[in-house]
Design a protein around this ligand. Sequence first.
Ligand code: ADP
Ligand code: MG
Length: 267
Amino acid sequence: MEQASAAHAPGELILRLRGVGKKFGAVTALEDIDLDVHAGEVVALVGDNGAGKSTLVKVLAGVHQPTSGTIEVQGKAVTLDTPGKALELGIATVFQDLALCENLDVVANLFLGHEISPWRMDEVQMEVRAWTLLQELAARIPSVREPIASLSGGQRQTVAIARSLLLEPQIIMLDEPTAALGVAQTAEVLNLIERVRARGHGVILISHNMEDVRAVADRIVVLRLGKNNGVYTAETSHQELVAAITGANENAVSRRAARKLEEVDQG
Ligand SMILES: Nc1ncnc2c1ncn2[C@@H]1O[C@H](COP(=O)(O)OP(=O)(O)O)[C@@H](O)[C@H]1O
Ligand SMILES: [Mg+2]
């Protein structure tokens, strides 16, 4: 059985978007988007409703084709023309609805669609692989033979994330993974995201929750009206992030730059 490890050096630039745009007829959903994601990094993607987050996720998942710009994976220009192609290039997505089968158990859900290639595992091998991965992720799943229907929201999210890790992607995109969760389950999923990062994957986290974002993100990329509106760190204040998201400060980026200059002036 293959050993689970991401095949790239930590800090390596794995995904690079430049000038990516997406139009739906007359509607411009994305315009001139730049985005970098490195190995072992959590990049949060935040923005108000309609900012273009889901469209960007779908572009990277191979669901929508960009109308302009370039996408590079590990320094090579790529065309993500189908979801299969995105997966092949190591970009995995956990969509908000998770797409788990309620009546099937954890093992069956983990291997759904993967049963034949590339593993050709029997039931016992699949169960062992499932346990190994879930233990590596320190996931709190009572039994891999538990049907999904009996799991909590956090445990379901864990199963969906574990399933996408089976293909050892370079990048994993999580769309609002904590949206439906309570405090304890949210903490569990945030811990899981940190362990995914520690395995060397690049993580793109879409979230409405600024506390979650600031708890785990290495960088916070703000989208506003389909455009980049600044890149921040976890040290950025809640107010400053909200201002960038809502456009309350005319230009959050230049204001930050201006403040930095002031600090330099004051010695
Ligand atoms: N399939 C589509 N057809 C037409 N317009 C769309 C489609 N998907 C998204 N849009 C538009 O693109 C913009 C960005 O939407 P979306 O990416 O869903 O934003 P977010 O996920 O940040 O809320 C919105 O104006 C939305 O109405
Ligand atoms: Mg959305």
